[in-house]
Design a protein around this ligand. Sequence first.
Ligand code: GLA
Length: 326
Amino acid sequence: MQVSVSTYGGIVTTLTALDSDGGFADVVLGFDNLDGYLAGHPYFGAIVGRYGNRIAKGTFVLDGEKYELAENNNGNHLHGGIVGFDKKLWRAHPVSTPEGPQLQLTATSADGEEGYPGRLDLDVTYTLTHRNALRIDYRATTDKPTHINLTNHSYFNLMGAGCRDILGHEISIAADRFTPVDKGMIPTGEARDVAETPMDFRTAVAIGARIEDDEEQLRMGGGYDHNWILNSADSALSPAARVHEPTSGRVMEVLTTEPGVQFYTANFLDGSLSGKKGKTYGRRSALCLETQHFPDSPNRPEFPTTILRPDEEFASTTVYRFSVAS
Ligand code: GLA
């Protein structure tokens, strides 16, 4: 396997994975050069923060103080604002470890950057392990109370980036419940049972099997674009999802310490971006599994907290593990 990462946005620009015939393919969407990324794109491969996912109306109150953030997504705040961590220039430090090669990325986020309180010192480490996994370890500290929710926004197509849609990929998600959303894609606060809904991925199902069902949540998202509440109750590294692509045999397992995962079927891609090797990326030509805390947690005290205080360290780990199965 090979993984390449850009200091711009900490973007995973290529990730090659083996198929059942011994062939390798690059399974993440992206561009051949920096210009493609600079021209604007929907977070391909990027580190997302300071707050991945949405914050309702771009505002929250923390310790009695009201904060205003950019409303960059239908009146709500998305993925850290106008210049989020996906556009940051990270310092990179390669290290060789017994587990495999590592790239340590560091950056700071100033107090007040994109409206958020507190200066963050950030450390995101990518490890390509000898067990065919990409592990991402996120660490951060702050000098004032703030909210933080970091993720990686890689778009996977296990047939190879730029091949057809991902509707034939089979996925299972280790979640009995998900957080339904309103028209603005903000959680209503409900934790809904997935049973007897098209959100039930407790056993593996082809992504395309129910994606066109006439169901309110699928209509709202234009497909899957929701947060699943992972069953693992503690913050140990636990299985979140497994994806199998039958024609190549490729399997990707996702493990995380986070309580949720946004499963997004690239409903907003429309073929207008010219990606690697001139390939275009059509609607649903990839899937994202964004491990995370739940959307809008700063306004939802009943959700697991995303508050980080100066005496604490933020720590989060996600693993994308690759293998083959028939
Ligand atoms: C996340 C969101 C989607 C979309 C993508 C980026 O997955 O939930 O609605 O904004 O990021 O295009």
